[in-house]
Design a protein around this ligand. Structure first.
Ligand code: ZN
Ligand code: ZN
Length: 412
């Protein structure tokens, strides 16, 4: 296959298996300007599939950086109303959203973390309504990535930009199964595997999970009525879609008041262009009461202090160490990939869809059931070949869920 043919296959996969674009539906794409060629391919395919409209929001790392360097404080701390309206009206109209995420992990390394925290918070607050559409699966949405030069070179520091880009394309294409004869079929099969794993966990209905690894000893209660999800999701209108490509996880929610102990990160976290690395968090009754980081401690502090819910957990995800992302042996500095190489947990908002009846509950009810709320949802990686997980049932029975970083339960 030629380069263009491979990219066409990827574009088609993102539209059909990712957002599952329907005839007459509008598509919004958030795309890196460096990836204009690929984005145009996606747009063309979307039109061919009968899209009502295709709207692109271009993301340009260099312009983002310039804004952080020069914009006055009040501009940094403001997310304009017209942008909010763009997102809200688009979601109300039932459009699909495709995010192509490829930010340079070192983009904001010289920017004052306070400014970054302010901008992130403003955006999160402004888009609170829009986020309900995605986090409750009211619309179909998907996150994918394509290589950009600075990001590729961060992963392959010894290669030229051109070679690094090629290597990263190669890695991504393999991980998202576009190298296979029929990627769409390959994804159907993959989704069926994840469905099996989540069914096993739903049947087990564990009361608690205990995570043990070097630097980690964490006891995590799961709320009554928690649901394990994974692979494809189904929108309110009954359309099956894949929120993340790749995805290798089955995930649920911790009880927001039921997490105790310490957990250590196993991969660097790229938090919107700032890296946090080798960090640990200590929890008491669900809340982070202590933390440290070898790199990016100040950024981590801002993240934890952004609101009450940012100190509590909103997701727990199990990923076997032999996942294809993990097998690539690469550290991507991009959560979409790194979280699918490793068990992870998320600080901040939980997906209400991970609780029976959750997407119909109001804030008070969600809190009572142990569902965390926050402006943030930030995943970070805690898995490795040294991770063991125990599952404890309500009657106290304990069994091995993970041993040495992979399934001890029979999930196949
Ligand atoms: Zn996850
Ligand atoms: Zn997450």
């Amino acid at each position: 296959m030629t380069d263009v043919q491979i990219k066409e296959k990827y574009a088609e996969l993102a539209l059909k298996t990712g957002v599952n674009l329907q005839k007459g539906q509008a598509l919004m794409i958030n795309a890196p300007i460096e990836g204009a060629d690929f984005t145009r391919l996606v747009a063309k395919k979307a039109w061919q599939l009968g899209a009502k409209d295709v709207h692109i929001n271009w993301v340009d790392d260099e312009l983002t950086l310039l804004k952080y360097e020069y914009a006055p404080e009040e501009v940094i701390a403001d997310y304009p109303e017209w942008k909010v309206k763009l997102h809200d009206t688009f979601a109300e109209d039932g459009g699909a959203v495709l995010n192509i995420r490829s930010t340079n992990p070192d983009l904001l390394k010289d920017i004052d973390p306070t400014r970054v925290a302010k901008a992130n918070k403003a955006a999160a607050q402004a888009l609170v309504n829009f986020r309900k559409y995605t986090m409750n699966d009211k619309i179909t949405w998907s996150i994918i990535s394509i290589p950009t030069a600075d990001w590729a070179q961060k992963i392959f520091p010894d290669k030229s930009k051109k070679d690094a880009m090629e290597s990263l394309w190669e890695a991504i294409i393999k991980i998202v199964r576009v190298d296979q004869e029929d990627p769409i079929k390959a994804w159907d099969k993959h989704n069926a595997t994840l469905e099996k794993a989540r069914e096993v966990l739903n049947k087990k209905n564990y009361h608690k999970l205990v995570f043990k690894a070097p630097g980690t000893n964490l006891e995590m209660e799961l709320p009554k009525g928690h649901i394990w999800k994974g692979g494809s999701a189904v929108s309110e209108k009954g359309i099956t879609f894949n929120p993340n490509m790749p995805t290798e996880e089955v995930f649920s929610m911790p009880h927001k008041y039921g997490v105790n102990g310490t957990v250590s990160s196993t991969k660097p976290l790229n938090y919107g262009g700032s890296l946090i690395d080798n960090f640990s968090l200590t929890f008491k009754d669900g809340q982070v009461v202590d933390f440290k980081a070898e790199q990016g401690e100040e950024v981590l502090k801002h993240l934890l202090d952004s609101d009450e819910g940012s100190r509590r957990l909103g997701e727990v995800a199990l990923v076997p160490h032999e996942s294809p992302v993990s097998q690539s042996g690469l550290i991507f500095y991009n959560t979409l990939f790194d979280e699918n190489a490793s068990c992870h947990i998320a600080l901040g908002k939980a997906y209400p869809t991970n609780l029976e009846g959750g997407s119909k509950m109001n804030a008070e009810e969600l809190d009572k059931h142990g569902v965390n709320d926050s402006l943030n949802h930030v995943d970070f990686m805690i898995g490795s070949e040294k991770l063991d997980i125990e599952g404890i049932k309500a009657d106290g029975t304990t069994e091995a869920v993970f041993r040495n970083g992979t399934w001890a339960l029979d999930v196949k």
